[in-house]
Design a protein around this ligand. Structure first.
Ligand code: 4AD
Ligand code: MG
Length: 438
């Protein structure tokens, strides 16, 4: 950075410690400021952290001092100053300001002040809300969770393949498809990359896709987005039991990563990390039939064959400190591709992983039908036109093998790990039934 013809070390707030007692420049935004006559405290944020910059009239002159004094929150600045160790400062350092360039003066009506706002107001101003420390922490944790998923699967020998977003047919049932007009043909936004993963494993063995998925769900709950991100591993020759173990390992890997790498961020957002530390394999397992029995014991009115709503999932999960698998759902309430249990074909080799503390299903997965005739029969039962699934049937015609996979919704995982009330804070720009903007 060049100020007044001098070249100074340019660094970030997270790295200032490397330059103690040296003069550096920092580029960022004014988060807050206060003044006591001849001294002004500028709280600067730059994405990597927050630091207090102390400016005095004597060091920077009347003119700059008075211009800084008039700055509104969120004005952008390049600050020059000496890095000073200060045990009372949050990051352990502060900056003794020697100079400052005002890059852009913020207007005086910045909508997100440091007071409380209603959540609809905040969502309307998501583009600005995301600058606040809490939202920044959540986005950092989200990024770490995504990285952990990738590192885990890469380490287990999975290959990242990406599934298309525009698709001609349904994966998870036809009722929640978003239509797209595709050059005179009807297409849909993808609900899941699974079917394409199933093709890719016959080439690569173990694969995963990671991308946005779309559900035109009319659900207005704290767990539902219409656009969410899903990590979907799939493996040839992997059977049901092995898949459950893979899920356990992945969840524990993610938790370990976040607890070690983002412990300070979890603390900042007020997460009780005790609830996450004891989570190790194996996770408890209940069959759907056992889960229904448990719910009945707890006085809940449910019949065998009913799908689980959120309150049921919460009731089941609250019995355990760890995530819990519910397995062997009734065939008739699950997707067409689910492999029936050979010992009881009324149930499938499918599992939902329910997170503790009321967060509900974070993973859905199972073993897939690998028999050609059975798959064809199921497509017919679900009124899905076989001609749209010819390519998918080909996978059963040419060297079919038992295989399994699952999908984890990133936002559900972030909500649980961060302990958030609602998934709307887990994604940079949430899309929900009543929200498409900003
Ligand atoms: O259980 P789902 O529908 O499973 C599938 O889509 C499979 N094809 C995945 C696979 O096996 N490859 O969705 C998987 C996960 C859920 O457990 C949940 O975490 C998340 O995706 N999810 C949602 N997240 C936010 N908003 C929604 N509307 C969601 N619907 C599903
Ligand atoms: Mg599901």
């Amino acid at each position: 950075m060049d100020i007044n013809g001098e070249t100074l070390v340019e660094t970030t707030i997270s790295d200032v410690g490397t330059y103690e007692n040296q003069e550096v420049t920092l580029k960022g935004w004014l988060y807050n400021k206060r003044s006591s006559g001849r001294i002004m405290f500028l709280i600067l944020r730059d994405g990597t952290g927050i630091i207090q910059c102390v400016a005095s009239k004597k060091d920077i002159g009347e003119d700059l001092f008075s211009r800084l004094g008039k700055l509104n929150q969120e004005s952008s600045l390049v600050v020059r100053g000496i890095v000073r160790g200060d045990s009372r400062a949050p990051g352990g350092y502060e900056i003794g300001v020697t100079g400052c360039t005002i890059v852009s003066e913020a207007f005086d009506d910045y909508p997100i002040s440091l007071k409380e706002h209603g959540v609809e107001f905040l969502l309307d101003h998501r583009h600005l809300w995301m600058r606040t420390p809490r939202q920044r922490s959540i986005l950092l944790i989200r990024s770490e969770i995504i990285k952990a998923c990738r590192d885990f699967l890469d380490g287990e020998g999975f290959v990242n393949v990406d599934a298309p977003i525009m698709t001609p047919s349904a994966c998870e049932g036809t009722t929640t498809l978003f239509p797209v007009e595709y050059f005179g043909e009807q297409a849909y936004l993808s609900q899941s990359g699974q079917l394409y993963n199933e093709a890719a494993i016959m080439s690569l063995g173990k694969v995963y896709c990671f991308g946005p998925t779309f559900r035109a769900e009319k659900s207005k709950t704290r767990r539902h987005l219409t656009e969410f991100w899903m990590i979907e591993p799939e493996a040839a020759f992997m059977e049901f039991e092995e898949m459950l173990e893979l899920e356990e390992r992945m969840i524990c890997f993610i938790l370990e990563r976040v607890l070690t790498g983002c412990g300070h961020l979890l603390k900042e957002i007020g997460r009780d990390t005790e609830r996450l530390t004891g989570i190790t394999p194996p996770f408890p397992r209940l069959t759907y039939t056992e889960a229904v029995g448990l719910l009945k014991q707890r006085g809940i009115d449910i019949a065998w064959g009913d799908d689980f709503g959120a309150p049921y999932e919460t009731a089941i999960a609250s019995e355990f400190d760890k995530p819990v698998f519910v397995t062997h759902f009734p065939t008739k309430i699950k997707a067409f591709y689910m492999q029936p249990d050979p010992d009881n074909p009324d149930c499938v080799l499918g599992a939902d992983l329910l997170a503790p503390e009321g967060y509900g299903e974070i993973i859905g997965g199972g073993q897939r039908i690998h028999d050609y005739d059975l798959l064809l029969e199921r497509l017919n039962q679900h009124n899905l036109p076989a001609k749209d699934y010819e390519w998918y049937l080909d996978l059963r015609r040419y060297g079919s093998v038992p295989h399994s996979g699952f999908g984890m919704g990133i936002e559900r995982a972030v909500a649980w790990i961060c302990g958030l009330e609602h998934v709307r804070e887990t994604i940079p720009f949430p899309r929900m039934i009543n929200r498409l903007r900003p």
